[in-house]
Design a protein around this ligand. Sequence first.
Ligand code: SF4
Length: 494
Amino acid sequence: MCGIVGIYSQSPVAAEIYDSLIHLQHRGQDAAGILTSNERFYSKRGTGLVREIFQPADIEQLKGNIGIGHTRYPTAGSYDIADVQPLWIGSPRGIALAHNGNLVNHKELAKEFTEKKHRHLNSSIDSEVLLHLFAEGLDEGGYRADEGEGFFNSLCQAIMHVYQQVSGSYSVVSTIIGKGLVAFRDPHGIRPLVMGERVQADGKKEYIFASETTMFYALGFNSVGDVQPGEVIYVNRAGEIYRRGLMQKEFSPCIFEYVYFARPDATLNEVSVYRSRLRMGQNLARYWKKTYPDIIPDIVIPVPFTSNTAALSFAHELGVRYSEGLYKNPFIGRTFIMPDGQQRSRSVRYKLIPQKTEINNKKVLILDDSIVRGTTSREIVKMIREFGAKEIYFVSACPPIKNPCFYGVDIPSRSDLIAANANVEEIRQYLGVDKLLYQQLGDLVEAVTRRGEHHINRLCMACMDGCYITGDITEEKIAQLGQARHHSRGEEKV
Ligand code: SF4
């Protein structure tokens, strides 16, 4: 999972791209980059947090009124600086892009580029393959000198070239030298891409495209909805906008964005993340009452912060007290996106500190957004026991996660997923809790889709139900991709 942003402005744009990346930091803490353009590209990339990478002098150097940015959370590739986006290529003219998602057929495409087309790939990431395909399409379509309908047609042709060859998820922002800003999204719309605009005093419009709406208010943009699945939007240097739906398949955005990844104040696919989490808590509480009508906890404690919203409505529905019985140290980092297993496990006790007055001698219900490997949940339960809980119940706002994700979220291979290898009773014993309850899949879907003017056909929930919407994830492919992932990094969230 990554965060991307692209802005077309009447004035230098680097500072606003920087601010946007700060608002997308939760989507990737491994690396970040900004690329701006006028008659040439200006770029700065680095590893670490956004605020550590960019200094005021860097922002000064990044000239131009069009820019793109990226925060990185690796699902493919290494920690090498060559793998940090935005990436750019010099032909035809100059094309740069930032990508959120994951190409399922990355290896096959990379092989074709290097072995058959004799191109050099300088990184190990799928985004570079996407960039080459885009450039190839633009080259084949005949590079048009204008910035109007003619160029937009060749742009659409180039993106169709991408759509026809790529399988997987990809939300993309791109800038082309002398042309402007481009945004497009894969035909299933798996990863989010929202659009905003603002009007300057002279009546001229400026545009933003981003993974989430989280920076819109701060930068003065109004949301104008989503880039639709399979849609291309082009803003030329004069600020004229062109948009066209090229290819739409079943609209299947990722359900895990609502469960865990997106910031609660974001609206994605016309659905408020915050409201969907409230409904997750409500549905789960109703299921709890049905399953355990005689068991009423003294307090409901969320695993902060992503579970807070669901725990609030859960406690309200049950009529029991919501408690911040686990304090989270916000300066340690989000361990789901820390790659090293040992580092993750150690960090639980640094990051979450139980409050004895809230826990001692009480029947404690812990609500977490999901259980991935189970190691973090188990550690939390141990801590709650150590602080004197009388009984411990554990509920998950997300149904059991049994399959890896190949669309951009670092949910590991089946061998690492506790729910792929144990039933609910075995997991309960492993966690060491008195009761364990998972959200039902239908209730989760209902929580996301109950309200809003959305056009979602079927949410992607392959990590839960095993139905991979691109239709090309066979058992053989799962084994092959799982092996490749084991060679790179592990993952777990807290
Ligand atoms: Fe999201 Fe799971 Fe689908 Fe991956 S498999 S895109 S995490 S719902």
